[in-house]
Design a protein around this ligand. Structure first.
Ligand code: PMP
Length: 378
C-alpha cells in the first residue's frame, strides 16, 4: 500500500517544525457549540456501542440538514453513519465493487479511491481533468464506459482543485450513469465549503439517480473537525442496507458522544453556517492575495480549503514534487504536489496545493516564507 502524500508531508512538518499548508485541516479554535455538546454527551449519555448504522438522532438530523440546505427529501433508513468520509468510501466500495469490475475515477483523485478499489478487486479506469478549470470531459467519460463498468466515483466539490462541477456537467454525468446502469459514489464532503454562491446540488437529485447514487458527507469538513471522523452515506434504502453490511465489519460503529454532538451541530441555524463560511472566505482571500503579491499564479477557486498555484506560470523552474520537497526543507512550508494525486502520463507537473484554513498570523508567516523562497528560485 502506498503511503499517502498527506501523511508524508505532515510527518516532514512534525520533524522540521515547518508550517503545514499541506494536509487539509483548520488550525483555529474548534466550534465551541460542538465541543460543549460532546462534553455533555460524554458526561450524560451512554459510552457503549451505539447501533451500527448510527444513533437515530443523528440519522434524523442528517435528513433534516439536507432537507434544509439542499432541498432533499430523505428518510433516516437511507442514512448509515460511518467513521468519517474515508470509512464511508471503503464501505461503499466494498459493497459495490467485485473482482474485475471497472470503476471510473476522475483525476486528480482523492488518494484513498484507487487503493480501495484495488483492494475490492476492482480495476480503476482513470479520466484526467486538466488545469486551470478542471472541466469534466463527458465525451471521454462515455468512451471509458465498458460492459464491465459498475461504478463511477465523483468528488464534487473537487479536492485538490477547489472547483465545483457545473449543473450541465452533473446532468451529463447523471445521464451517462442512468443510461449505462452505473452506480455513482458521490464524495460530497466539501459540500458546505463553497464560495461561488452556487447552491450545492448532489448527483442524487438528478433524474434517474435516486436509486443509483451513494452520497457521502463528513462532519469533519462541515464543522472543521477533521479528527472527529464522523461521516455518513446516503443511498436508496436497499443500497444503504447493503453498505451497512460492509460497514459492520469495518468499524461497526462510531463514538456515540461525537454522534450526539454532530446531531446537535447539524441543527445549528443557517446563520451559524454562513458565519463559518465567511471566516473561511476571509482566510482564503488573505492567502490568495499574499501569494499573488509574491508572484504565485493562483488558479481559479470556488470551494474547499485549498488554493492551487501554477509553478511554471509563476516563473518557478521546478516540478511540483521538487518544489514541495524543497519548500518544506528550505522555506519551512509544507504543500501538496498535485501529481501525487494522478496515475499515468497525463499528470500536470506544475501545480501545488496550499491549505488556507489557518489563523491569519500563520498564513502571513507562510506567505512571507514562500515569497522569499520564490525570489531565491527565480
Ligand atoms: N474525500 C475527500 C475528497 C476528502 O478531501 C477527504 C478528507 N480530506 C475525505 C474524503 C475523508 O473524509 P474524512 O476525514 O471524514 O474521513
Amino acid at each position: 500500500m502506498p503511503r499517502t502524500i498527506f501523511e508524508h508531508m505532515s510527518a516532514l512538518c512534525r520533524q522540521s517544525g515547518a508550517i503545514n499548508l499541506g494536509q487539509g485541516f483548520p488550525d483555529g479554535t474548534p466550534p465551541p457549540e460542538l465541543i460543549a455538546a460532546a462534553q455533555r454527551a460524554l458526561a450524560e449519555r451512554s459510552s457503549q456501542y451505539p447501533p451500527s448504522v448510527g444513533i437515530p438522532e443523528l440519522r434524523s438530523a442528517v435528513c433534516d440538514f439536507y432537507a434544509r440546505r439542499q432541498g432533499l427529501s430523505l428518510d433516516p433508513a437511507q442514512v448509515v453513519v460511518t467513521s468519517g468520509g474515508t470509512e464511508a468510501l471503503a464501505a461503499a466500495i466494498l459493497a459495490l465493487v467485485s473482482e474485475g469490475d471497472e470503476v471510473i475515477l476522475f483525476q486528480p483523485a482523492y488518494d484513498a479511491y484507487a487503493p480501495l478499489v484495488r483492494r475490492a478487486g476492482g480495476v480503476p479506469v482513470m479520466i484526467p481533468l486538466a488545469p486551470p478549470d478542471w472541466r469534466y470531459p463527458l465525451d471521454r467519460l462515455e468512451a471509458a464506459i465498458s460492459p464491465r463498468t459498475r461504478v463511477l466515483i465523483l468528488n464534487d466539490p473537487l479536492n485538490p482543485a477547489g472547483t465545483g462541477a457545473s449543473e450541465a456537467e452533473l446532468g451529463g454525468i447523471a445521464a451517462l450513469c442512468a443510461a449505462h446502469r452505473l452506480t455513482a459514489i458521490c464524495d460530497e464532503v466539501w459540500e458546505e465549503v463553497r464560495f461561488d454562491g452556487v447552491p450545492h446540488r448532489s448527483l442524487l437529485s438528478f433524474p434517474g439517480m435516486a436509486e443509483r447514487t451513494v452520497k457521502i458527507g463528513s462532519a469533519g469538513k462541515i464543522f472543521g473537525l477533521t479528527g472527529w471522523k464522523v461521516g455518513w452515506i446516503i443511498a436508496g434504502a436497499e443500497l444503504a442496507a447493503g453498505i451497512a453490511r460492509a460497514h459492520q465489519f469495518l468499524t461497526f460503529t462510531t463514538p456515540p458522544a461525537l454522534q450526539w454532538a454532530v446531531a446537535e451541530g447539524l441543527a445549528l441555524p443557517d446563520a451559524w453556517f454562513a458565519a463559518q463560511r465567511t471566516g473561511w472566505a476571509a482566510s482564503r482571500e488573505r492567502l490568495r492575495t499574499a501569494l499573488a503579491g509574491a508572484g504565485y499564479v493562483v488558479l481559479p477557486n470556488a470551494a474547499t480549503w485549498f488554493l492551487c498555484a501554477d509553478l511554471a506560470a509563476s516563473g518557478i523552474p521546478l516540478d511540483d514534487r521538487t518544489f514541495s520537497d524543497r519548500a518544506v526543507a528550505e522555506a519551512g512550508v509544507a504543500t501538496i504536489p498535485l501529481s501525487a494525486l494522478f496515475e499515468g502520463a497525463e499528470a500536470p507537473a506544475s501545480i501545488v496545493r496550499f491549505c488556507y484554513s489557518k489563523p491569519d498570523l500563520v498564513l502571513d508567516d507562510a506567505a512571507r516564507r514562500l515569497a522569499c523562497f520564490r525570489e531565491a528560485l527565480c
